[in-house]
Design a binder for this molecule. Structure first.
Ligand SMILES: [Mn+2]
Length: 347
């Protein structure tokens, strides 16, 4: 265990320490955060591949007293260094993807252009490589008995992590906070698009038994048909439906109880920041109006924990980088709360 006798939790975070200014190493931390600096297939605003570095900086300002968390941080949180090779690969493939997306958005056919065919192949192979890397990294941490959180990057990043969790834990469910369904098959012909992550997870991970989506407000007919034909394997709480129930006088507490009821014993939280109101994530890749405040989501996660369910892992993805540090300020504080809830739930 780390020696905390010289550590003052009331002082400003030491910039030379790890995330949140905490003095832990990977070895003595109970929870390890894996940053995945990847944003090859993003649709609009770019920047999320740099989010982890910005969040690390902002995290030094987070007050580490958590009234709900039972001082979970004392068990140790640690964020691994950003892998420069993954970041460089993402930057390189992102440039190719921008040319490619520009080409197909003009209605041009990919198969008529050899250069675009080559780009598409490279992007799909690169994405498969990233998935394998995330699987290897998270599996190694899980094998050491660590709790693991993943910090994106775009929403394509956690697929390998969910696969590793399925192998370790067996049957589990996913709670997805998101403005989108992410159930598209081959979005823009990208096999591992951010817009396809839950489709791929459901198709490739047999242990994934249930997907509960909350906050969805931008989706296509193909995705809606997938939900409707899933035989309740996918349950989608549209932002519109939640808000209308609340306008009719139903409480968030009641709706949360219903959402929790759909989840199996083991729960993975996939937290796309665009599930929140855009005021909290102005530079996220694919913003949509509507959405939640942070405490509404923390309340939901808290109720999952109180129900006796086991939080087996989480991701926090699609946090953007802007002119100010607002996106990473919010992101760091959400990460803090999630880490605490995760450790508390697994104590
Ligand atoms: Mn998403």
């Amino acid at each position: 265990m780390a020696d905390l006798s010289q550590f003052d939790p009331n002082a400003v975070g030491n910039p030379n320490n790890n995330i949140f200014g905490l003095p832990f190493t990977e070895e003595d931390a109970r929870l390890v955060i894996l940053p995945v600096p990847w944003e090859v297939t993003v649709s609009c605003g770019a920047g999320t591949s740099r989010a982890a570095e910005h969040i690390n900086k902002s995290s030094k300002q987070v007050d580490i007293f958590d009234i709900d968390g039972d001082m979970g941080w004392k068990q140790g949180f640690y964020m691994k260094d950003v892998d420069r090779r993954i970041l460089m690969k993402s930057d390189y493939l992102r440039k190719e993807a921008e040319l490619y997306i520009d080409y197909i958005s003009k209605g041009e056919l990919v198969e008529k252009n050899k250069f675009m065919c080559k780009s598409l192949k490279e992007i799909n192979e690169g994405s498969a490589m990233m998935n394998q890397w995330v699987y290897d990294q998270t599996k190694a941490l899980l094998d050491k008995g660590k709790l693991v959180g993943l910090l994106g990057g775009d929403h394509s990043t956690p697929l390998g992590f969910m696969r590793a969790l399925g192998e370790k834990h067996g049957d589990f469910g996913v709670l997805q906070i998101d403005a989108h369904c992410d159930l598209r098959k081959n979005y823009e012909f990208f096999t591992y698009s951010h817009a396809s992550v839950m489709y791929n997870a459901l198709e490739e991970i047999p242990a994934l038994q249930k997907l509960v989506q909350v906050g969805v407000r931008d989706f296509c007919e193909e995705e809606w048909n997938y939900v409707c034909n899933s035989n309740y394997k996918v349950i989608t709480y549209l932002d519109k439906a939640i808000k209308e129930r609340q306008f009719d006088g139903e409480t968030w507490k009641h709706i949360v109880e219903e959402i929790v009821h759909h989840l199996p014993q083991k729960v993975y939280l996939s937290f796309d920041i665009d599930g929140l109101d855009r005021k909290l994530c102005p530079n996220t890749g694919t913003p949509v109006q509507g959405g939640f405040d942070t405490e509404e989501i923390f309340y939901l996660v808290k109720k999952i924990c109180e129900s006796g369910r086991n939080l087996i892992g989480f991701d926090l993805v699609e946090i953007g980088v802007g002119q100010t540090d607002w996106d990473s300020n919010v992101g760091a504080r959400i990460l803090w709360r999630l880490c605490n809830m995760m450790v508390h739930n697994n104590s």
